[in-house]
Design a protein around this ligand. Structure first.
Ligand code: ZN
Ligand code: ZN
Length: 161
């Protein structure tokens, strides 16, 4: 099999997404073997996923603020303690990260869902939502770093062309 981009070179790998044959040079361009097309699709998809998650996170923050105003939970006054201020800063951060956690949990738990008894089906979303808050704190930075890496990877490949 010959490289998709270089007819005179023997292929050693295939694109992880579409399976195009790649020579050593083409296979090493990105962190994983990807053809040029799939690498740019991947980076666009990752970007859209991050955008979507941030929008959901923004929605959660709005819901959280509205909920607190209704419940009278945010004591906005001059006597705000350090603890309250820290909470007001950290809660939006946690909420923005949470959709990333949810997405990461989806990847892990997609099949376990099927074997749960009825009570599991009821508890599952609640437990998952709670776990998302913690997993998100790791999953969100990982997603952003992965995206930035691939993006700079693609840019440096395009520059060297
Ligand atoms: Zn491909
Ligand atoms: Zn090649």
């Amino acid at each position: 099999m010959k490289c998709y981009y270089h007819e005179n070179r023997e292929a050693v790998a295939t694109c992880n997404v579409c399976g195009k044959a790649l020579c050593p040079e083409c296979a090493d361009k990105y962190n994983v073997p990807l053809c040029g097309n799939c690498a740019s699709t991947e980076v666009t998809e990752e970007k859209n996923r991050i955008k979507r998650n941030m929008m959901i996170g923004g929605g959660l923050i709005v819901a959280f603020i509205v909920w607190n105003i209704i419940m009278g939970g945010i004591p906005i006054s001059s006597s705000m303690s350090i603890g309250t201020i820290l909470e007001l800063i950290s809660v939006p951060f946690i909420l923005v990260c949470a959709p990333f956690g949810w997405g990461a949990l989806n990847r892990i738990t997609a099949n376990t869902f099927m074997i749960l008894p009825l009570i599991g089906w009821l508890l599952y979303p609640i437990v998952k939502a709670m776990l998302s808050l913690y997993v998100g704190l790791v999953a969100a930075p990982v997603a952003v770093i992965k995206y930035l890496k691939l993006k700079s990877n693609i840019e440096s490949v395009e520059m060297s062309r």
